[in-house]
Design a binder for this molecule. Sequence first.
Ligand code: THU
Length: 130
Amino acid sequence: MNINYNELMEEAKSASKNSYSPFSRFAVGAAVLTSDGRIFQGCNVENSSFGMTICAERCAIFKAVSEGYREIRAVAIYSPNSDSCYPCGACRQVMYEFQGDNEEIEVITENMGQLEINKLSYFLPCGFKI
Ligand code: THU
C-alpha cells in the first residue's frame, strides 16, 4: 500500500474545520487510514454536559469500525491551536484495540509544519487487550 502521510494530515486538517468545540475552543481533527486503504475523518464534538465530549481520534476510529473497517494502519491528528497534538490516553487505548496483528499503528502529528511519525507503542507501551 502506498501510504501518503502528507495526504492523511491534509484530511485531518480539513476534519478539524468541523470541530464543535465552543467550550474548550480547542479544535482537533483526525484522519484514520485503514489496512484497506480507506480514510475516515473525525473531529472533536463537545457537549454542554462536558463529559459527553468525544475526541477527534475516537470519532474517526468509531466511524471506520462502524462501517466495517476494523484494522487501522495510521492516524493523523491536527489542531490549529497547538503544534504536536498528541492523542489522549483514552484514544491511545482505543487505537490499540484496532491495531493489526502484524503492523503497529503509526501516529502522525505535525510540529512547525514538519510531520512527526511515531509508533503507537511510543505513546502506549504495554497496551491492554483481552
Ligand atoms: N481532544 C481531542 O479531540 N483529542 C485528543 O487527543 C485530546 C483532546 C479534544 C477534546 C476536547 O474537545 C478538547 O480537545 C480539549 O480537551
